[in-house]
Design a protein around this ligand. Structure first.
Ligand code: SAH
Ligand code: SF4
Length: 355
């Protein structure tokens, strides 16, 4: 089903048209997949047998295999999936989500991966620890939503691209996945409830600003000066703050929704009051909300979150600068909470078990 889940109504219509089928067949198939949630072609009973056979040939039955999940009902649940080629990815389901960018909501949020590993190598992040393996296909991105909905029995109505990988480095497949997630014939998730998080890829931020689906943008800032940011985010050498902020301003000029700045608090690295003051100045200038994230320790890395008092002081200074700021209080932090860790452990433990 993975490969079919990466088709838009347009691309499916085109493929079927090439085989001589009428355009309405594509809508029928989308209806089976998204409305009726049937995942084998044999069950699509109003399609001619010949078409069902052709579909089975075009879209081989590759599944996103749910290897395990942690957490239980009403808590954050972390899913580990195995892809058809044996790679592992993670998704995190957050029921009735905690405040995201200051909005408390009763939304069911899924944090989705876009790549296996990550090439950007931020010094604090587990996802990049073993480098980049490959991009996920559009179908592998949307399949995460489909499988989590099936397992939890709940409808995901908020997507954050904050799982493994740099979404904008997989722009081609991401843009297709966004179309499918938002489409009325697809997952029907509102554009305002889809957030792309990026470490700051300037050209792709500009491309995202032109996408027909006006999704939200969150920038992983983590440093309010080039000097501090560069220490932990190599991408800052390629796209320093000045360029990044210009791209942010451009994005904002094209969209109604406010930008989000994500800022991990790491003890002794980026948690000085001066960074808070500058962060507030940038956020005010760009009319962005700030989401502070106390660092989650990663096995093998020595970074730590600041003390509670220091966190509070930081948020106080940001707010004093006239900016809306929240501190993320995730539930279920105890178990491999930082994205990318579950995969590393799985690679070590499960490598070699048959796919
Ligand atoms: N590559 C994109 C999206 C995935 S990371 C990006 O960097 O924005 C999603 C968010 O989790 C980013 O803000 C990232 O900096 C943050 N993050 C990574 N490791 C973390 C950790 N150990 N503790 C807290 N946040 C972390
Ligand atoms: Fe990649 Fe984002 Fe992790 Fe940086 S923080 S290594 S960009 S996933």
């Amino acid at each position: 089903m993975i490969s079919l889940l990466g088709e838009t109504l347009g691309s499916l219509t085109e493929k079927l048209g090439a085989l001589g089928h009428k355009p309405y067949r594509a809508r029928q198939i989308a209806d089976w997949v998204h409305e009726k949630r049937v995942d084998d072609f044999a069950g699509m009973t109003d399609l001619p047998a010949e078409l069902r056979e052709q579909l089975a040939g075009m879209f081989p039955p590759q599944q996103l295999e749910q290897v395990r999940f942690t957490g239980s009902k009403d808590t954050t649940r972390k899913f580990l999936f195995r892809l058809p080629d044996g790679q592992f990815i993670e998704s995190v389901f957050i029921p009735a989500s905690p405040a995201l960018y200051g909005q408390t909501s009763d939304r069911r949020t899924l944090c989705v991966s876009t790549q296996v590993g990550c090439a950007y190598g931020c010094k604090f992040c587990a996802s990049g620890l073993r480098g980049w393996k490959r991009n996920l296909t559009a179908g592998e991105i949307t399949a995460q939503v489909m499988v989590v909905e099936k397992t939890t029995g709940e409808r995901v109505d908020n997507i954050v691209f904050m799982g493994m990988g740099e979404p904008l480095a997989n722009w081609k497949n991401l843009s297709v996945a966004i179309e499918i997630l938002n489409a009325p014939w697809g997952f029907e998730i509102g554009a305002r409830h889809i957030t792309v998080s990026t470490s700051g890829l300037v050209p792709q931020i500009r491309e995202l600003a032109e996408h027909p689906v006006p999704v939200r943008l969150a920038i992983s800032l983590h440093g309010a000066t080039d000097e501090v940011r560069e220490q932990i985010m190599p991408v800052n050498k390629k796209y320093p703050l000045k360029e990044l902020f210009e791209a942010c301003a451009y994005f904002s000029s094209r969209r109604k929704q406010k930008l989000g700045f994500e800022y991990i608090l790491i003890a002794g690295v980026n948690d000085a009051p001066e960074q808070a003051r500058l962060l507030a100045a940038h956020a005010r200038r760009l009319d962005a909300k700030v989401n502070l994230i106390p660092y989650n320790t990663v096995e093998g890395l020595s970074w730590e979150r600041p003390s509670e008092a220091r966190q509070q002081e930081f948020v106080r200074v940001v707010r004093a600068g006239g900016v809306v700021a929240t501190i993320r209080r995730e539930k279920g932090h105890d178990i491999d909470a930082a994205c990318g860790q579950l995969r590393l452990r799985a690679e070590d433990e499960l490598a070699g078990t048959p796919a």
